[in-house]
Design a protein around this ligand. Structure first.
Ligand SMILES: C[S@@+](CC[C@H](N)C(=O)[O-])C[C@H]1O[C@@H](n2cnc3c(N)ncnc32)[C@H](O)[C@@H]1O
Ligand code: SF4
Length: 408
Protein backbone atom coordinates (compact mmCIF):
# COMPACT_ATOMS: atom_id res chain seq x y z
CA UNK A 1 0.00 0.00 0.00
CA UNK A 2 1.34 3.48 -0.81
CA UNK A 3 0.36 6.57 1.17
CA UNK A 4 1.08 9.94 -0.39
CA UNK A 5 0.43 13.05 1.69
CA UNK A 6 -0.33 16.21 -0.21
CA UNK A 7 -2.14 19.22 1.18
CA UNK A 8 -4.28 19.14 4.32
CA UNK A 9 -7.42 21.09 5.00
CA UNK A 10 -6.82 23.83 7.61
CA UNK A 11 -8.77 22.82 10.72
CA UNK A 12 -11.92 20.96 11.65
CA UNK A 13 -13.82 24.12 12.65
CA UNK A 14 -13.54 25.62 9.18
CA UNK A 15 -13.97 22.17 7.65
CA UNK A 16 -15.37 22.29 4.12
CA UNK A 17 -17.50 19.22 4.83
CA UNK A 18 -21.05 19.97 5.90
CA UNK A 19 -23.48 17.03 6.08
CA UNK A 20 -23.20 15.55 2.62
CA UNK A 21 -24.55 12.42 0.92
CA UNK A 22 -22.59 9.40 2.05
CA UNK A 23 -22.58 6.20 -0.01
CA UNK A 24 -21.21 2.68 -0.07
CA UNK A 25 -20.17 0.83 -3.24
CA UNK A 26 -19.70 -2.96 -3.16
CA UNK A 27 -18.01 -4.57 -6.17
CA UNK A 28 -18.81 -8.15 -7.17
CA UNK A 29 -16.20 -8.91 -9.86
CA UNK A 30 -17.57 -12.13 -11.36
CA UNK A 31 -19.52 -12.70 -14.59
CA UNK A 32 -20.75 -15.76 -16.43
CA UNK A 33 -18.88 -14.64 -19.57
CA UNK A 34 -16.68 -11.69 -20.51
CA UNK A 35 -18.44 -9.38 -22.98
CA UNK A 36 -16.16 -8.33 -25.85
CA UNK A 37 -16.69 -4.57 -25.32
CA UNK A 38 -16.33 -4.48 -21.53
CA UNK A 39 -13.29 -3.18 -19.65
CA UNK A 40 -14.88 -3.24 -16.19
CA UNK A 41 -13.04 -5.22 -13.52
CA UNK A 42 -14.96 -8.42 -14.27
CA UNK A 43 -13.71 -12.00 -14.34
CA UNK A 44 -15.09 -15.38 -15.31
CA UNK A 45 -14.63 -17.92 -12.52
CA UNK A 46 -16.86 -20.94 -12.02
CA UNK A 47 -15.29 -21.88 -8.66
CA UNK A 48 -15.89 -18.72 -6.61
CA UNK A 49 -15.63 -19.33 -2.86
CA UNK A 50 -18.68 -17.21 -2.08
CA UNK A 51 -18.37 -17.63 1.69
CA UNK A 52 -14.73 -16.46 1.67
CA UNK A 53 -15.57 -13.44 -0.52
CA UNK A 54 -18.52 -12.59 1.73
CA UNK A 55 -16.33 -12.75 4.84
CA UNK A 56 -13.70 -10.58 3.14
CA UNK A 57 -16.23 -7.97 1.99
CA UNK A 58 -17.53 -7.68 5.58
CA UNK A 59 -14.00 -7.42 6.92
CA UNK A 60 -12.97 -4.73 4.45
CA UNK A 61 -16.17 -2.79 5.19
CA UNK A 62 -15.26 -2.85 8.90
CA UNK A 63 -11.73 -1.67 8.10
CA UNK A 64 -13.05 1.26 6.01
CA UNK A 65 -15.33 2.23 8.87
CA UNK A 66 -12.26 2.45 11.15
CA UNK A 67 -10.82 5.11 8.80
CA UNK A 68 -13.85 7.38 9.24
CA UNK A 69 -15.25 7.16 12.74
CA UNK A 70 -17.66 10.08 12.21
CA UNK A 71 -19.91 10.30 9.17
CA UNK A 72 -23.58 10.74 8.31
CA UNK A 73 -25.81 7.66 7.88
CA UNK A 74 -25.61 6.06 4.44
CA UNK A 75 -27.90 7.62 1.84
CA UNK A 76 -27.21 4.95 -0.77
CA UNK A 77 -25.63 1.56 -1.29
CA UNK A 78 -24.78 0.13 -4.71
CA UNK A 79 -23.92 -3.46 -5.65
CA UNK A 80 -21.99 -3.10 -8.93
CA UNK A 81 -19.89 -5.37 -11.04
CA UNK A 82 -19.21 -7.62 -12.67
CA UNK A 83 -22.57 -9.22 -12.14
CA UNK A 84 -24.08 -8.76 -8.67
CA UNK A 85 -27.19 -10.69 -9.74
CA UNK A 86 -24.97 -13.79 -9.49
CA UNK A 87 -24.60 -13.20 -5.73
CA UNK A 88 -26.75 -15.43 -3.53
CA UNK A 89 -29.53 -13.49 -1.77
CA UNK A 90 -28.18 -14.52 1.66
CA UNK A 91 -24.95 -12.69 0.88
CA UNK A 92 -26.78 -9.54 -0.22
CA UNK A 93 -28.72 -9.77 3.05
CA UNK A 94 -25.55 -10.27 5.10
CA UNK A 95 -23.77 -7.29 3.50
CA UNK A 96 -26.76 -4.97 3.88
CA UNK A 97 -27.14 -5.96 7.53
CA UNK A 98 -23.43 -5.45 8.18
CA UNK A 99 -23.48 -2.02 6.46
CA UNK A 100 -26.48 -0.92 8.51
CA UNK A 101 -24.81 -1.97 11.76
CA UNK A 102 -21.57 -0.18 10.90
CA UNK A 103 -22.74 3.05 9.26
CA UNK A 104 -26.47 3.40 9.92
CA UNK A 105 -29.02 3.99 7.14
CA UNK A 106 -31.01 7.10 6.29
CA UNK A 107 -34.75 6.32 6.44
CA UNK A 108 -35.24 6.23 2.69
CA UNK A 109 -31.90 4.71 1.72
CA UNK A 110 -31.56 3.73 -1.95
CA UNK A 111 -30.06 0.23 -2.39
CA UNK A 112 -29.35 -0.69 -6.02
CA UNK A 113 -28.19 -3.99 -7.53
CA UNK A 114 -26.95 -4.34 -11.10
CA UNK A 115 -28.41 -7.37 -12.86
CA UNK A 116 -28.04 -9.34 -16.06
CA UNK A 117 -31.37 -10.36 -17.57
CA UNK A 118 -30.94 -14.12 -17.75
CA UNK A 119 -33.71 -16.26 -16.35
CA UNK A 120 -31.65 -18.03 -13.67
CA UNK A 121 -30.44 -14.77 -12.20
CA UNK A 122 -33.91 -13.26 -12.23
CA UNK A 123 -35.32 -15.91 -9.89
CA UNK A 124 -32.56 -15.15 -7.37
CA UNK A 125 -33.01 -11.41 -7.86
CA UNK A 126 -36.60 -11.59 -6.66
CA UNK A 127 -35.23 -12.52 -3.24
CA UNK A 128 -32.95 -9.46 -3.21
CA UNK A 129 -36.00 -7.43 -2.31
CA UNK A 130 -36.51 -9.22 1.01
CA UNK A 131 -32.84 -8.53 1.69
CA UNK A 132 -33.45 -4.78 1.33
CA UNK A 133 -32.63 -3.95 -2.31
CA UNK A 134 -34.90 -1.08 -3.46
CA UNK A 135 -33.73 -0.51 -7.02
CA UNK A 136 -32.53 -2.72 -9.89
CA UNK A 137 -30.41 -1.69 -12.87
CA UNK A 138 -30.71 -4.28 -15.66
CA UNK A 139 -28.18 -4.62 -18.47
CA UNK A 140 -30.56 -5.27 -21.35
CA UNK A 141 -28.11 -3.58 -23.81
CA UNK A 142 -30.21 -4.04 -26.96
CA UNK A 143 -33.79 -4.80 -27.97
CA UNK A 144 -32.64 -6.48 -31.17
CA UNK A 145 -31.33 -10.06 -31.24
CA UNK A 146 -28.69 -9.23 -33.86
CA UNK A 147 -27.52 -6.34 -31.70
CA UNK A 148 -27.26 -8.66 -28.68
CA UNK A 149 -25.31 -11.15 -30.76
CA UNK A 150 -22.89 -8.46 -31.92
CA UNK A 151 -22.38 -7.42 -28.28
CA UNK A 152 -21.72 -11.05 -27.33
CA UNK A 153 -24.56 -11.14 -24.81
CA UNK A 154 -25.88 -14.42 -23.44
CA UNK A 155 -29.58 -13.48 -23.40
CA UNK A 156 -32.19 -12.97 -26.13
CA UNK A 157 -34.62 -10.05 -26.35
CA UNK A 158 -37.53 -12.27 -25.25
CA UNK A 159 -35.58 -13.52 -22.25
CA UNK A 160 -34.57 -9.97 -21.30
CA UNK A 161 -38.13 -8.63 -21.54
CA UNK A 162 -39.50 -11.51 -19.51
CA UNK A 163 -36.83 -10.92 -16.83
CA UNK A 164 -37.64 -7.21 -16.85
CA UNK A 165 -41.35 -7.91 -16.44
CA UNK A 166 -40.72 -10.07 -13.36
CA UNK A 167 -38.31 -7.59 -11.83
CA UNK A 168 -40.72 -4.68 -12.43
CA UNK A 169 -43.43 -6.59 -10.52
CA UNK A 170 -41.10 -7.02 -7.54
CA UNK A 171 -39.34 -3.63 -7.43
CA UNK A 172 -40.71 -0.09 -7.60
CA UNK A 173 -37.57 1.38 -9.13
CA UNK A 174 -36.10 -0.34 -12.19
CA UNK A 175 -33.68 1.06 -14.76
CA UNK A 176 -32.31 -0.52 -17.93
CA UNK A 177 -28.99 -0.02 -19.75
CA UNK A 178 -28.92 0.15 -23.54
CA UNK A 179 -25.84 0.53 -25.74
CA UNK A 180 -26.19 2.42 -29.03
CA UNK A 181 -23.95 3.36 -31.98
CA UNK A 182 -22.94 -0.21 -32.92
CA UNK A 183 -21.68 -0.30 -36.52
CA UNK A 184 -24.51 -0.27 -39.07
CA UNK A 185 -27.09 0.90 -36.53
CA UNK A 186 -29.20 3.35 -38.55
CA UNK A 187 -30.84 6.42 -37.00
CA UNK A 188 -34.21 4.77 -37.67
CA UNK A 189 -33.20 1.52 -35.99
CA UNK A 190 -32.07 3.42 -32.85
CA UNK A 191 -35.17 5.65 -32.96
CA UNK A 192 -37.40 2.55 -33.01
CA UNK A 193 -35.46 0.73 -30.30
CA UNK A 194 -35.45 3.73 -27.99
CA UNK A 195 -39.17 4.32 -28.61
CA UNK A 196 -39.81 0.71 -27.61
CA UNK A 197 -37.69 1.16 -24.47
CA UNK A 198 -39.58 4.34 -23.57
CA UNK A 199 -42.90 2.56 -24.03
CA UNK A 200 -41.94 0.18 -21.19
CA UNK A 201 -42.86 2.96 -18.74
CA UNK A 202 -39.67 2.86 -16.67
CA UNK A 203 -38.58 5.84 -14.57
CA UNK A 204 -34.89 5.62 -15.46
CA UNK A 205 -32.81 4.72 -18.53
CA UNK A 206 -29.01 4.56 -18.93
CA UNK A 207 -28.21 5.00 -22.62
CA UNK A 208 -24.53 4.49 -23.41
CA UNK A 209 -22.80 5.22 -26.66
CA UNK A 210 -20.61 2.21 -27.51
CA UNK A 211 -16.99 3.04 -26.71
CA UNK A 212 -14.08 0.87 -27.80
CA UNK A 213 -11.96 0.40 -24.68
CA UNK A 214 -8.30 -0.66 -24.63
CA UNK A 215 -7.73 -4.28 -23.70
CA UNK A 216 -11.12 -5.50 -24.95
CA UNK A 217 -11.81 -7.94 -27.78
CA UNK A 218 -13.51 -5.11 -29.70
CA UNK A 219 -10.33 -3.06 -29.41
CA UNK A 220 -8.24 -5.89 -30.87
CA UNK A 221 -10.71 -6.33 -33.72
CA UNK A 222 -10.65 -2.58 -34.41
CA UNK A 223 -6.85 -2.58 -34.52
CA UNK A 224 -7.06 -5.36 -37.11
CA UNK A 225 -9.16 -3.06 -39.31
CA UNK A 226 -12.76 -3.96 -38.48
CA UNK A 227 -15.23 -1.14 -37.90
CA UNK A 228 -16.54 -1.73 -34.39
CA UNK A 229 -18.63 1.41 -33.79
CA UNK A 230 -20.21 4.31 -35.66
CA UNK A 231 -17.96 7.29 -36.39
CA UNK A 232 -18.31 10.47 -34.29
CA UNK A 233 -20.70 12.30 -36.64
CA UNK A 234 -23.03 9.31 -36.99
CA UNK A 235 -22.94 8.70 -33.23
CA UNK A 236 -23.67 12.41 -32.58
CA UNK A 237 -26.77 12.04 -34.74
CA UNK A 238 -27.98 9.13 -32.56
CA UNK A 239 -27.16 11.16 -29.44
CA UNK A 240 -29.42 13.97 -30.70
CA UNK A 241 -32.23 11.48 -31.35
CA UNK A 242 -31.71 10.24 -27.78
CA UNK A 243 -32.04 13.74 -26.28
CA UNK A 244 -35.17 14.53 -28.26
CA UNK A 245 -37.04 11.25 -27.68
CA UNK A 246 -36.26 11.05 -23.97
CA UNK A 247 -37.20 14.70 -23.33
CA UNK A 248 -40.46 14.31 -25.22
CA UNK A 249 -41.25 11.19 -23.15
CA UNK A 250 -40.61 12.98 -19.84
CA UNK A 251 -37.23 11.36 -19.10
CA UNK A 252 -34.78 14.15 -19.94
CA UNK A 253 -31.06 13.66 -19.48
CA UNK A 254 -29.85 14.56 -16.00
CA UNK A 255 -26.35 13.33 -16.91
CA UNK A 256 -24.63 12.59 -20.25
CA UNK A 257 -25.97 9.03 -20.46
CA UNK A 258 -28.67 8.97 -17.79
CA UNK A 259 -32.32 9.90 -18.13
CA UNK A 260 -35.05 9.91 -15.52
CA UNK A 261 -38.52 11.10 -14.65
CA UNK A 262 -38.75 13.52 -11.71
CA UNK A 263 -37.08 12.15 -8.57
CA UNK A 264 -36.06 8.87 -10.18
CA UNK A 265 -32.42 9.94 -10.64
CA UNK A 266 -29.95 7.40 -9.27
CA UNK A 267 -28.97 8.94 -5.94
CA UNK A 268 -25.86 6.81 -5.69
CA UNK A 269 -24.42 7.95 -9.01
CA UNK A 270 -25.26 11.55 -8.10
CA UNK A 271 -22.88 11.14 -5.14
CA UNK A 272 -20.05 10.56 -7.65
CA UNK A 273 -21.09 13.30 -10.04
CA UNK A 274 -21.55 15.83 -7.23
CA UNK A 275 -18.13 14.86 -5.85
CA UNK A 276 -19.65 13.57 -2.62
CA UNK A 277 -18.23 11.00 -0.22
CA UNK A 278 -18.33 7.26 -0.72
CA UNK A 279 -16.57 4.14 0.43
CA UNK A 280 -15.71 1.46 -2.14
CA UNK A 281 -15.09 -2.16 -1.17
CA UNK A 282 -14.36 -5.33 -3.13
CA UNK A 283 -11.76 -5.92 -5.87
CA UNK A 284 -10.87 -2.81 -7.88
CA UNK A 285 -13.23 -0.49 -6.00
CA UNK A 286 -12.54 3.24 -5.66
CA UNK A 287 -13.54 5.35 -2.65
CA UNK A 288 -13.33 9.08 -1.79
CA UNK A 289 -14.22 10.42 1.61
CA UNK A 290 -13.47 13.02 4.26
CA UNK A 291 -11.65 11.71 7.31
CA UNK A 292 -10.05 13.14 10.41
CA UNK A 293 -6.27 13.13 10.35
CA UNK A 294 -5.30 12.77 14.01
CA UNK A 295 -1.59 13.30 13.33
CA UNK A 296 -2.19 16.79 11.90
CA UNK A 297 -5.44 17.46 13.76
CA UNK A 298 -7.38 18.36 10.67
CA UNK A 299 -9.81 16.94 8.12
CA UNK A 300 -8.51 15.58 4.83
CA UNK A 301 -10.14 14.01 1.80
CA UNK A 302 -8.82 10.54 1.13
CA UNK A 303 -9.02 8.46 -2.03
CA UNK A 304 -8.67 4.68 -1.91
CA UNK A 305 -8.30 2.04 -4.62
CA UNK A 306 -8.31 -1.68 -3.88
CA UNK A 307 -6.46 -4.42 -5.78
CA UNK A 308 -8.08 -5.46 -9.06
CA UNK A 309 -7.34 -9.16 -9.00
CA UNK A 310 -10.07 -11.01 -7.03
CA UNK A 311 -7.55 -13.59 -5.71
CA UNK A 312 -4.99 -10.89 -4.86
CA UNK A 313 -7.63 -8.75 -3.16
CA UNK A 314 -8.90 -11.73 -1.15
CA UNK A 315 -5.44 -12.66 0.10
CA UNK A 316 -4.74 -9.02 1.08
CA UNK A 317 -7.96 -8.84 3.08
CA UNK A 318 -7.17 -12.12 4.83
CA UNK A 319 -3.66 -10.83 5.66
CA UNK A 320 -4.27 -7.11 6.36
CA UNK A 321 -8.02 -6.70 6.88
CA UNK A 322 -8.31 -4.72 3.63
CA UNK A 323 -7.32 -4.93 -0.04
CA UNK A 324 -6.30 -1.27 -0.43
CA UNK A 325 -3.51 -0.82 -2.96
CA UNK A 326 -3.26 2.97 -2.97
CA UNK A 327 -4.45 5.56 -0.50
CA UNK A 328 -3.85 9.23 -1.19
CA UNK A 329 -4.84 12.55 0.27
CA UNK A 330 -6.42 14.96 -2.20
CA UNK A 331 -5.33 18.57 -2.51
CA UNK A 332 -7.98 21.30 -2.68
CA UNK A 333 -6.98 21.69 -6.33
CA UNK A 334 -7.64 17.95 -6.94
CA UNK A 335 -11.04 18.29 -5.34
CA UNK A 336 -12.01 21.40 -7.35
CA UNK A 337 -10.93 19.60 -10.53
CA UNK A 338 -13.03 16.58 -9.62
CA UNK A 339 -16.08 18.76 -8.93
CA UNK A 340 -15.77 20.49 -12.32
CA UNK A 341 -15.10 17.25 -14.24
CA UNK A 342 -17.93 15.30 -12.65
CA UNK A 343 -20.38 18.21 -12.20
CA UNK A 344 -20.32 19.27 -15.85
CA UNK A 345 -21.63 15.81 -16.77
CA UNK A 346 -24.85 16.83 -15.00
CA UNK A 347 -27.48 18.93 -16.78
CA UNK A 348 -27.80 21.17 -13.73
CA UNK A 349 -24.09 22.11 -13.97
CA UNK A 350 -21.95 23.41 -11.12
CA UNK A 351 -21.97 26.38 -8.79
CA UNK A 352 -18.60 28.10 -9.16
CA UNK A 353 -19.18 30.07 -5.93
CA UNK A 354 -19.76 26.86 -3.95
CA UNK A 355 -16.60 25.24 -5.31
CA UNK A 356 -14.64 28.42 -4.55
CA UNK A 357 -15.96 28.42 -0.98
CA UNK A 358 -14.76 24.83 -0.52
CA UNK A 359 -11.58 24.78 -2.58
CA UNK A 360 -10.17 28.30 -2.70
CA UNK A 361 -9.69 31.05 -5.34
CA UNK A 362 -11.35 30.23 -8.63
CA UNK A 363 -8.37 31.42 -10.71
CA UNK A 364 -6.29 28.62 -9.25
CA UNK A 365 -8.41 25.86 -10.80
CA UNK A 366 -10.46 27.41 -13.63
CA UNK A 367 -9.24 29.18 -16.77
CA UNK A 368 -11.79 31.86 -17.69
CA UNK A 369 -10.22 32.22 -21.14
CA UNK A 370 -11.17 28.61 -21.85
CA UNK A 371 -14.65 29.15 -20.39
CA UNK A 372 -15.17 32.14 -22.74
CA UNK A 373 -14.03 29.99 -25.68
CA UNK A 374 -16.56 27.28 -24.67
CA UNK A 375 -19.36 29.86 -24.35
CA UNK A 376 -18.56 31.33 -27.80
CA UNK A 377 -18.68 27.86 -29.34
CA UNK A 378 -22.11 27.19 -27.77
CA UNK A 379 -20.77 24.40 -25.53
CA UNK A 380 -21.02 26.14 -22.18
CA UNK A 381 -23.50 28.44 -20.49
CA UNK A 382 -22.52 30.67 -17.56
CA UNK A 383 -24.95 32.67 -15.44
CA UNK A 384 -22.84 35.27 -13.57
CA UNK A 385 -25.67 36.04 -11.12
CA UNK A 386 -26.07 32.49 -9.81
CA UNK A 387 -22.47 31.53 -10.75
CA UNK A 388 -23.82 28.36 -12.38
CA UNK A 389 -21.68 26.96 -15.18
CA UNK A 390 -23.25 24.22 -17.29
CA UNK A 391 -22.48 22.29 -20.45
CA UNK A 392 -25.07 22.58 -23.23
CA UNK A 393 -26.23 19.31 -24.90
CA UNK A 394 -23.69 20.13 -27.64
CA UNK A 395 -21.02 20.59 -25.01
CA UNK A 396 -21.79 17.40 -23.13
CA UNK A 397 -20.74 15.25 -26.09
CA UNK A 398 -17.28 16.90 -26.21
CA UNK A 399 -16.75 17.25 -22.49
CA UNK A 400 -13.18 15.91 -22.52
CA UNK A 401 -12.09 18.64 -24.90
CA UNK A 402 -13.91 21.32 -22.90
CA UNK A 403 -12.24 20.17 -19.69
CA UNK A 404 -8.86 20.33 -21.40
CA UNK A 405 -9.37 24.05 -22.11
CA UNK A 406 -11.03 25.18 -18.88
CA UNK A 407 -9.16 23.33 -16.11
CA UNK A 408 -5.88 24.63 -14.71
C1 LIG B 1 -20.84 -2.90 -14.95
S1 LIG B 1 -21.59 -2.91 -16.47
C2 LIG B 1 -23.03 -3.92 -16.30
C3 LIG B 1 -23.52 -4.75 -15.37
C4 LIG B 1 -24.01 -6.09 -15.85
N1 LIG B 1 -22.96 -7.04 -15.67
C5 LIG B 1 -24.43 -6.16 -17.30
O1 LIG B 1 -23.62 -6.44 -18.15
O2 LIG B 1 -25.60 -5.97 -17.56
C6 LIG B 1 -22.45 -1.38 -16.58
C7 LIG B 1 -22.92 -0.96 -17.95
O3 LIG B 1 -21.91 -0.30 -18.66
C8 LIG B 1 -22.21 -0.32 -20.03
N2 LIG B 1 -20.98 -0.56 -20.77
C9 LIG B 1 -19.96 -1.38 -20.42
N3 LIG B 1 -18.98 -1.29 -21.35
C10 LIG B 1 -19.37 -0.40 -22.29
C11 LIG B 1 -18.80 0.10 -23.51
N4 LIG B 1 -17.60 -0.28 -23.92
N5 LIG B 1 -19.50 1.02 -24.21
C12 LIG B 1 -20.71 1.43 -23.79
N6 LIG B 1 -21.30 0.98 -22.66
C13 LIG B 1 -20.65 0.08 -21.92
C14 LIG B 1 -23.22 -1.43 -20.25
O4 LIG B 1 -24.45 -0.90 -20.68
C15 LIG B 1 -23.34 -2.05 -18.88
O5 LIG B 1 -24.64 -2.48 -18.60
S1 SF4 C 1 -20.83 -6.04 -19.49
FE1 SF4 C 1 -21.51 -6.90 -17.55
S2 SF4 C 1 -21.67 -9.14 -17.91
FE2 SF4 C 1 -20.45 -8.30 -19.55
S3 SF4 C 1 -18.35 -8.57 -18.82
FE3 SF4 C 1 -18.97 -6.46 -18.32
S4 SF4 C 1 -19.72 -6.58 -16.26
FE4 SF4 C 1 -19.66 -8.70 -17.06
Amino acid sequence: MTTKTKLLFPNPISSPFPIRPFSLYIHWPFCRAKCPYCDFNSHVDTQVDVKAFGDALCEEMTYMKSLIPTHPALSSLFFGGGTPSLMPPWLIDRLITHAQRLFGFMDNIEITAEANPTSIETEAMLNFRQAGVTRVSMGIQSLDDNGLKFLGREHSVIEALSALDKVCKAFDRVSIDLIYASPNQSPKAWHDMLSQALSLGLGHLSLYQLTIEQGTVFHTRERKGEIMALDNDQAANLYEITQKLTSDAGLPAYEISNHATAEQECRHNLTYWQAGDWIGIGPGAHGRFAKFDSEHNCIVRATTKTRNSPAGWLSSVVKNGHGIETQEIETLHDWATEMVMMGLRLTQGISLNSIERLCGPIDEWLDFGGVAQGIDAGWLHHDPLSSILMATPDGRIRLNFILSIILR
